[in-house]
Design a protein. Structure first.
Lengths: 371, 371
C-alpha cells in the first residue's frame, strides 16, 4: 500500500565508528544524520511544492520529500525515546512531542489515499467476474456432475449475487471515493498549513540545532557505546517483548481461529489497540537498533514482522472506514450490503496480518537470510 | 452443526467373514445390513410421527429415525455406485436415483434448520459486546499508551459500529429466521408428502428386496472378496484423488491466501462446486471402504477431511442464504450491511474449511491414531 510501508533506507554515516566510539559520538552521529536528512527533505519539499511536479508513481513530487521528512522525524523520535537518559530530558520530550505531531500531520493525507486504494482494490476483487481467476484452466468445476442439495440452490442464487454485488460495489466505491477524497483534501490542507506554521518553523529550528550539536549529558554519554547504549536498547527491546507476550499470539498462530481472534466486530477496536501498540514498539526497537549499527545483533524478524503490523493497521483502518461509510444516511441497501462485505473482508485481512506477524515473530530470531 | 455431520456408526455385521468370503457374500452382507437399518428407521419414523415425541436434543423424535433412513440410503447408494459391475446395472442405477431423491428430500428440512442456527450464531458472535471475549484478563489493551493516527480515528468511530451492527444484526437475524423457517416448513411438508407417496413405497419395496436378496451377477461376484472388490474400491479412490488434484490445494494450503482462494464473491459458486464434488466422492470412497471392512487399509484422514468438506458446504450455503436475504426488497441499509458482513464471514468459514481439508488431506495417509 502506498504511503503505509514506504520507508527510507538508512546508511550508516561516515566518520562514526560505532565499534570503538563513545556513546555520545554514536548517538550524536546518528541524530546528526537524521537531522540532515530532515533538512534536505524540507528543502526538496519547498522546491517540489513550488513546481507542483509529479514523480513516476503518479503521486505528487512532494510525496517523496514528505516521506523523507516523516522517516527522519520518526527516527529522531525513536532515538530520543530509547536514549533519553543520555539527553537533556525536557528538551528530548518536547522535541518528541513536536516530531510526533509533524509526522502524524504529514502522514494523514497519504494514509487516506492508501486507504481508498486498498478499499477500491478489495471491492474490485470481491465483485470481479474472475474470468482470469485463480482456478486452474481446463477444470471441470463449472460443470460438476450432478450437484446436489445446497450446491444446486447456490447455483440458482448465483445470478442474483453476480448482479447484486457489482452494482452495490460500484456505489460503495463511489461513496468511499467521495468520503476519503474529501478527508484527504482536508488532510492535505492541514499539512500545508502545518508546514507554514510558526510551530513547524520552531521544529525545523530545533532539528537544525540537532544537526550540529545534540544536547547530551556528558556524564552519562561519555562511556563506550556498547556499554552505554546497549542496555538502553535492551530496555526498549524488553518493552516490545512484554507487549508481544500480552497478545493472544498462540491463538492467532492457528489460522482461521475464530476463538483466538474473536471475530466480533464490536470488540475489534479494543483488540486492535494492543496490536498497534506492538507496531509502535517494534518500530522504536528497530530504530534503537539502527543507532547501535554494527553493535546490534541483526534480527531478520523485525522487518517482516513490522510490515505485517503495518498491514494490520491499514486493514483495520480500512474496515473502520467501510463501517463509517455504511452509517451514511439514506444509502441504498445494496450499497450497505457491499460495505458490510468489505468491512468483514478487511477484518479478515486484519486476522491474516496477525497470523503473519505471529509466524515471523516465532521464527528463529537469528535466522538465515531467507527469512 | 446439527443435521450436517451427524452420522450413524456402522458395525460390521455378524456372519460375514470379509477376509475369506466371496465378493458376493461380502457385498450382499453389507447391503442386507443397510437395508435392514433402512427398514428399522422407517418403522421408527412411522411410530415417531404418530406420537409426535421429542428426543433429548429438542429436535422432533422423528429426526433420529430420519437420520437412520438417510444414512442407510446414502450407504446403499454408495455401495451400488462403487460395486455396480457386480450388480444388475439397470436395477442398481434405478435404485440409486430413487435413494438420492429420498436422501435429498429428507435432508432438506434439517439443512435449513442447521443453516439458520449457523447464521444466527455467527451474527451473535459478530455483534456481541464480547465482555467474555478471548482477550486475556488484566491486559492493558483497552488503555494503550498514546494511540496515534489511525488508532485514534478508529476509536472515535467505535461507538457508531458498536451501536450500528447489533441493531442491523438483530433485524438481519429476524429476516433470516423468517425466510429459513418458511423454507424449513416447506421442506418438512415436502418430506411428509414424499414419505406418503407411491414413489416412496416403491423405494421401500426395492429396499425390502435388497434386505433378503441383492441381484448380483454371479459370474463377476463369485471370486474372492479381496480380488474382486478391491480393484472396484480402488477405482472410486482414484476418482477421488483426481478430483482432489484438480483443486487449488497448494494455494488453499497457505492460510489467508487471497490469490489461492480468489475471495471474489462473484466466482464463488463455480469454485464451490469443485469442492463439493470432492465431498461427494470422498463420501463414496468412505462407503466403498466400509464394504471392504477389514480388507480396507484404514485411512484416518477420511473422517476429518470429510468433516471439513461438510463444513465447507454448510458455510457456502449459509453465505448464499445471507446474500439471498439481502436481495429482499425494502430492507433497511443496516440490515443489508449486517447481511454483507455475515456473507463475508461465512465465505471466510468456507476458506477455513478448505484450509482444514488441505491440512488433513496432505497429512500422512496411514498416520497414528492421533490424526
Amino acid at each position: 500500500m502506498a504511503g503505509q510501508s514506504r520507508d527510507v533506507v538508512v546508511e550508516p554515516g561516515p566518520g562514526t565508528d560505532t565499534a570503538t566510539g563513545s556513546a555520545a559520538e554514536v548517538l550524536s552521529g546518528y541524530l546528526h544524520q537524521r537531522a540532515a536528512e530532515f533538512l534536505r527533505g524540507l528543502r526538496a519539499h519547498a522546491q517540489g511544492a513550488g513546481t507542483g511536479g509529479q514523480d513516476g508513481t503518479g503521486r505528487g513530487g512532494t510525496a517523496a520529500s514528505v516521506d523523507v521528512l516523516r522517516a527522519a522525524a520518526r527516527r529522531m523520535n525513536g532515538a530520543l525515546f530509547t536514549y533519553r537518559p543520555l539527553l537533556d530530558a525536557r528538551w528530548a520530550d518536547e522535541l518528541r512531542t513536536e516530531l510526533s505531531w509533524l509526522a502524524g500531520t504529514l502522514a494523514r493525507e497519504y494514509a487516506y489515499a492508501a486507504r481508498l486504494e486498498r478499499l477500491l482494490s478489495a471491492l474490485h476483487r470481491l465483485a470481479s467476474g474472475g474470468t482470469s481467476g485463480p482456478e486452474a484452466p481446463g477444470r471441470p468445476a463449472a460443470h460438476p456432475a450432478a450437484p446436489t442439495g445446497a450446491v444446486a440452490s447456490r447455483a440458482a442464487s448465483g445470478p442474483r449475487e453476480r448482479g447484486g454485488l457489482p452494482a452495490g460495489a460500484a456505489r460503495a466505491g463511489a461513496l468511499l471515493d467521495r468520503q476519503l477524497t474529501l478527508a484527504r483534501t482536508r488532510a492535505h490542507s492541514a499539512a500545508l498549513r502545518a508546514l507554514g506554521s510558526a510551530r513547524f518553523h520552531a521544529v525545523a529550528d530545533a532539528v537544525a540545532v540537532l544537526a550540529s550539536e545534540a544536547p547530551l549529558r556528558p556524564a552519562e554519554a561519555d562511556g563506550p557505546a556498547s556499554a552505554v547504549l546497549g542496555p538502553l536498547a535492551e530496555r526498549t527491546g524488553r518493552q516490545l517483548v512484554e507487549a508481544v507476550a500480552a497478545l493472544p499470539l498462540s491463538r492467532a498462530g492457528a489460522p482461521y481461529n475464530a476463538d483466538g481472534l474473536s471475530r466480533s466486530l464490536a470488540t475489534e477496536v479494543r483488540q486492535d489497540a494492543a496490536w498497534d501498540q506492538v507496531r509502535v514498539l517494534l518500530r522504536l526497537h528497530r530504530y534503537a537498533q539502527e543507532v547501535l549499527g554494527p553493535l546490534a545483533e541483526p534480527d531478520p524478524r523485525l522487518r517482516p514482522a513490522g510490515d505485517a503490523l503495518e498491514r494490520h493497521r491499514a486493514a483495520a483502518a480500512a474496515a473502520a472506514a467501510a463501517a463509517s461509510a455504511a452509517a451514511t444516511p439514506r444509502i441504498a441497501p445494496a450499497t450497505a450490503y457491499a460495505l458490510g462485505v468489505l468491512h468483514a473482508d478487511q477484518r479478515h485481512e486484519v486476522e491474516a496480518a496477525r497470523f503473519a506477524f505471529g509466524r515471523h515473530w516465532t521464527s528463529t530470531p537469528q535466522g538465515a537470510t531467507g527469512c
